[in-house]
Design a protein around this ligand. Sequence first.
Ligand code: EPU
Length: 457
Amino acid sequence: MSAIKTESLIIRGENNVEMQKFVINGGNPLKGDIWVSGAKNSAVAILPAVLLLDVPCIIENVPDISDVKICLKILKGLGADVRPIGDKGDTYWISCKKVSDYYVPYEEAKKMRASYYFLGALLGRCGNAWAAMPGGCPLGARPIDQHLKAFEILGAKQIISDKASDIVELHAEQLQGDVISMDVVSVGATMNAILAAVKAKGTTIIENAAKEPHIVDLANFLNYMGARIKGAGTDTIKIKGVDKLAGNAGEGSAVDYRYPVVPDQIEAGTFMIAAAVTRGDVFIKGVIPKHLEAITAKLRDAGVNVEELEDEDTVHVFVKENVLFQPVNIKTEPYPGFPTDMQPQMAVLLTLADGQSTITENVWEDRFRYVKELAKMSAKIDITQNGALVHGSANLQGADVEACDLRAGAAMIIAGLAANGQTSITDIRHIERGYADIAGKLRGIGADIAKISPEKD
Ligand code: EPU
């Protein structure tokens, strides 16, 4: 199979987004250094959180992904002044001084899950919020009852403006701190409760909180700007409400408040598995190795070498010659357990293992759409009651497959890199919601992958 003429095929016709695809010629062992961007699931909460600030700030290490573009569009639509600064394309100066609106445009809210953070941020800012029920990847039922419960406990009333529509409208005369005991461990509900509570009167305690690194990141950002949040990263978070979020130097000071988004642990994990399945030797840079421990542990069990270079913010992933991947059982759980957002990618590695592995999915009820796509590449995976049985020793073959959702799409790329022959992946808009220039980054370590668009008529 001849190599793809990458340059001539990259992105022609912005209007043909839905027709774009990734084409991969598999088999190249990945080698070299690859840099991880800021975390999607952190950036999409920190950007709305800027609405709570009484001073402008600069957010750095913002990933160049479509979910972030939607967040920035919503902020601008609400009246925020958003200016890209620097030459890296990952830094924004944002002032929300002139924001007076609290309506999140319906179409934008529907495009992504994280639009729900505008509810908590707007409620915390002005006591009002209006948004459509959020969109996002099709992973089964994705209720927001815990978010609404948290808002209600803090004193917000939900006004259903039109029962036939899927609008959430919230109003609070005065948000008042209280105890919020979450019925399920939810990343989004925990972050939304923080956003709504940070300027509420009195103290809020969130029990059964999620502990993901992005929750710690949101709390660190808000604390840096003057919030009083303790316990983020544990299951009990205590928030003493403050009147202002104006940084330590206060409103009117000439200080530039700068905050970098934490590295994306899921992007890092995706590159770790890409390195492993191609039997490569890759240094994944700009990471926090501690955040990757659950992924690292399972990769080591599977026979992959992972070295944590803490001082260099790097993990080094390689596979020794003649090593057969071992079967491994995976159970997805909230952090610090094995992340559901790495489950499809890990399944690809397990299709290559020397034996049967089981996957138990405990977070999302419908996270196995990728199985039928991998079957087109000769993978053998049976769906079980709440999981999958992966039969190893597959000889993956290139095929035409679809990115059913963001992480399923990442799994297709990994499978394409490991497969014999050519793989073509459609519906890549899902992938681009969460991975910044994934084809360019992988090409930098030797992958033969191109993003192509059909010619415009
Ligand atoms: N849940 C409820 N009620 C709620 C909220 C959640 O029952 O009000 C349930 C969900 O149905 C699910 C579980 O609780 O079974 C966990 O959901 P969670 O709220 O933690 O998920 P989320 O906040 O909607 C975020 C990420 C997802 C990631 C999950 C789990 C964002 C924008 N999304 O979703 O990321 O899978 O946490 O870690 O942060 C992805 O990046 O590909 C992705 C899907």
